[in-house]
Design a protein around this ligand. Structure first.
Ligand code: G3P
Ligand code: MG
Length: 273
């Protein structure tokens, strides 16, 4: 951004939105985020879903992380393996070897029987230099401890692969975001808004409380005032999980910067018209 424009925006009380999540192109199209990978056509949170997100041309994919019993950061949404694998039990009660022995694809379709629960490192290696990644730290794995838990381990994986500039860390749990900021002063983070966690706090207050850079809201809760407040602060606002065309049109009209969807193909097609 030219210095003069930056100074004018500062004088107007606005800041430029981080390039990472700035609307793309002259039309200002929102970023397309493949939710749990391209989970409309492949089992969520598997390498198959992430490969398809890259192939379809999404700007970013989102994944969810929890900790295995032996302390590995693994990619899975639910607290238990029951819904998305052929096993049973809590992720935190199973070792990495036990988790990766499970079939994480057949529940979706028989052709995916070889899919496994990936580690965060697996998923990031696949994404490197190809696509941005939103790493959502699930509340179930967050503790009050700054050291040794899922937040620090996630940061270690990101740094080991030198991918800090390609990821954004999000969580519904303010502790995870505050801990991430305490461990790293400039990694990008985004507050995942829920009425239950944040009550009546607006985007500015919710982001400031944990030093986060962006604000993610459910599409059913997003309001024009939230978009305005984020943009006044120079912060991106993303909405999840938008799968129907009518909802896509509605949130595009609101001016959001990024959209999580299980159907990135549908959103890309719609944006191209
Ligand atoms: O990060 C956006 C979205 O993934 C949050 O909800 O339950 O799909 O992880 P959930
Ligand atoms: Mg998620």
């Amino acid at each position: 951004m030219p210095l003069a424009l930056f100074v004018v925006l500062q004088l107007l009380g606005a800041s430029p939105i981080d390039d990472f999540m700035r609307p793309i192109g002259p039309s200002g199209d929102p970023h397309v985020i493949a939710h749990r990978g391209f989970s409309g056509v492949a089992p969520e949170n598997t390498l198959a879903a992430f490969r398809r997100a890259i192939a379809v041309g999404a700007d970013m994919f989102e994944l969810d992380v929890l900790l295995s019993k032996d302390g590995h950061v693994v990619v899975i949404h639910d607290e238990t393996v029951d819904r998305t694998t052929d096993g049973t039990g809590k992720v935190s009660d199973l070792t990495l070897d036990e988790l990766t022995a499970l079939d994480a694809g057949s529940w979706f379709a028989p052709e995916f029987e070889d899919e496994r629960i990936p580690t965060l490192a697996h998923a990031l290696r696949l994404a490197k230099d190809q696509i941005l990644v939103n790493i959502e730290i699930k509340t179930e794995a967050v503790t009050d401890e700054l050291r040794g838990g899922i937040v620090e381990k996630t940061l270690e994986v990101v740094n080991a692969l030198t991918m800090k500039d390609s990821v954004v860390i999000s969580s519904f749990d303010p502790r995870a975001l505050a801990q991430m900021r305490a461990l790293d002063s400039d990694i990008r983070t985004a507050t995942l808004y829920s009425e239950r966690m944040h009550g009546t706090a607006g985007p500015g207050e919710a982001m400031k409380a944990v030093g986060s850079n962006g604000f993610n809201s459910s599409h059913s809760q997003v309001e024009a005032s939230m978009v305005e407040e984020c943009h006044r602060l120079g912060r991106p606002i993303a909405v999840y999980t938008v799968n129907e065309e009518a909802d896509m049109h509605r949130v595009i009209e609101l001016g959001v910067d990024a959209i999580f969807t299980d159907r990135p193909d549908r959103l890309i097609e719609l944006l191209s018209k």
